[in-house]
Each structure stands twice: as C-alpha cells, then as structure tokens.
Design a protein around this ligand. Sequence first.
Ligand code: PMP
Length: 395
Amino acid sequence: MFGQVEAFAGDPILSLNDSFKTDPRPEKVNLSIGVYTDEQGRLPVLDSVRAAYERNGFAERPYLPMEGHPAYREGVQKLIFGAAHPALTEKRIATIQTIGGTGAVGIAADFLAKHCPGRTVLVSDPTWDNHHGLFQRAGFKTTTYSYWNRANRSVDFDGMVKALEAAEPGSIVVIQPVCHNPTGVDLDERQQASVTDVLVAKGHIVVFDMAYQGFGTGLDEDAAFVRRYAERASCLVANSFSKNFSLYGERCGGLSIVCRDSDESERVLGQLKLAVRRSYSSPPMTAGLLVATVLGNDDLRAQWTREVETMRTRMVSMRKLLAEQIRSLSNEIDVGFLTNQRGMFSYTGLNEQQVTTLRERDGVYLVGSGRMCVAGLNEANVPKVAKSFVEVSQA
Ligand code: PMP
C-alpha cells in the first residue's frame, strides 16, 4: 500500500548530530547542532526554571485553551514588545503559545496561506532551512533575498535592500531580527531603520523570527528592531524559548501578530485559535506553566534574566578565546569575524571539503556550510579547535 513512499533523506544537521554521538573518539567536539551547552559541555537546567517546576508541583492536567496559558501569552508580549509598547497597551497584539519556534513559524505560514494567499515569500540567503520548508508546506513558493557577503563576512546590505525593493508589493518577508542563523551577522540600527522604510513603503508583510532573544546584546536590546518596526506597521513575530530557557524538548514558543486595532486583533486571535485547533488542538501544559511561572513572577524573571546573561557572556568569551588562540598559532588568518558576529552561530568561511577534513581527521563537527555553533566551545576544547582550524585553513 505504501510501496511508493520515498525514503526521507534526513535532516542534515540532525544526522550530523547522530554521527557525532556514535563517533568513538573521546576528544571529539560538537559544534554542529544549535544547542547551548555550558563550560562542562552539558545542557544547563536553569535555576529559575527548576524553581518554577518546584513551585508548580504536579497537579491536574486539563487541556490548555487553544491559544495557550494566559500568563504565558502575557509574558511573551511583555518580553518581546516591552510593557509600555503602544501596540500592547492598546491591546492590538494577538498572541498564542506555540510548539516551539518551529510551531510559531508553522502557524504563521498556515495563517498567511489562508488570509493572504498567493504572495511571494522571501527568506534570507542563507537561512534556517525550515523557513523554506514550513512556508512551502503551507502552499507558498519561497525565494530569497541576498543576506551574506562572503568576501567580508558581513551582511550584504545593498543586495538585501535591492531584493526587497524589487519584490512584488505585499510580499511576505521573513526576517531574523537578532543572532541570525546560520551566519551570526545582524543588521545594525541604521540598517534596520532603512530596511524598515523599504518594508513599510512596499507594504510587505514581515514575519520576524526571533529564536535567540537575549543571546545578542540583552533581552531588551535584542528586541529593539521588532519593537520599532511594530510602532510603524503590523507584523508577525515568532519567538522560541528553546535556547534562552534551555527548554528544547518542552517545545516552548510564541506567535504574536501586531494588528491595526483591538477589534482586528480579536479576529486575528480567533483565526489563530482555529489554525491551532485544526493542527494540534492546544499546546502543552508543562511547557506553558514553566515559562508562565518564570515570566510572571518578578523574582524568577530577574533570576532568569541573569541566567540568560551568563549564557550570552560565556559565548562572547569563547569567541574571544578561539580568536586569540588561532591568532597565537598564525597571524595570517583574519579572525575578526569571530568576535564581530553574534549569538550562537558563526559562519567561518570554511568550505565543505575543509569541514569534512575537520570532522574526519580531528573529530571537530561543524555544519557543511561552515557554520560553527560557538556555544559548543569551552576552555578545554578551544585549543584543539584552534589548532584544527589553523591546519585546515593553511592546507
Ligand atoms: N527559527 C530559527 C531561526 C531557528 O534557528 C530555530 C531553531 N534552530 C527555530 C526557529 C526553531 O525553534 P524551536 O527549536 O524552538 O522549534
């Protein structure tokens, strides 16, 4: 009956992670998958999250409403937009709890497919691969806007603006506002302002995908682009708590749609609930309670903010350490990109062949595109990574 079913090639990053697990070499280093590990190479269990877990205990598990836990949704709005944002105080944001950031982008795509069909979808080149997949699943054709300037390892700003200007008015544009995956390069404030002008003038529908809030400069600073944009125009914001709460498997995310007025936002919320109902009915309860408890209690929220800061500063110091160690081995390699880029990822400029050599010869795992997850670095493995990096660069 299912003889015609084709084999799934697997997800390249997840497959790489599986190969890492079966690699017998003790000094292997995993810099491929996008998870934050601490100095000991472990996934942290945040004290704020543990406290939230203990405060809740285990009680009845009714279904959550389709839109999710009320305190979670309120927490998402305040975290992304700031409590005093006009869109929030005017009650024009429709927010739902989602199944991770993936679920948020997926429901955004389903919502747009139903209510704004037939538009072109533009995503950055390169981007998180699932942007293509999720919008295509919803029935859209996806295309790209230029984003990566290989020559100087920065944003191809002119190319990006040109593509957004050339796109059909009212196109859907997916933007990662901070800690871009996979390149690690973000628009600066002036570039954000110019891009905003173009997007608003063209009437494009912006879907912000913010999976790393707090890993760039700080929780508020990282949301500044989204906040300013939302003062100018309607937009969609998908967010993930996987990384900044270290709650990967709990599947915590949110989708917020900024509307023109509160009446519109009520209708939009109704349609989001319908999209959820048709897909998975309601989001998970434990995930909802954990995040709602941290975000909804001043003491836990302050503790969590400090814990996000600890993760962020550790990544910054690992970037610096790797750059220093590479420089100490060779002054012919330009390592400025390591400290200029932000967040969990760094596009190293290494090609596929070099990445293969790193993996096969040295047990250092990067993604084929040359993307390195700097959160996998620690003081113990940086010397080895630096040495491999220099050898492969000079071969
Ligand atoms: N968007 C981007 C840009 C991401 O990098 C990721 C995670 N890799 C996601 C969305 C998905 O987030 P989650 O793991 O919470 O589903």
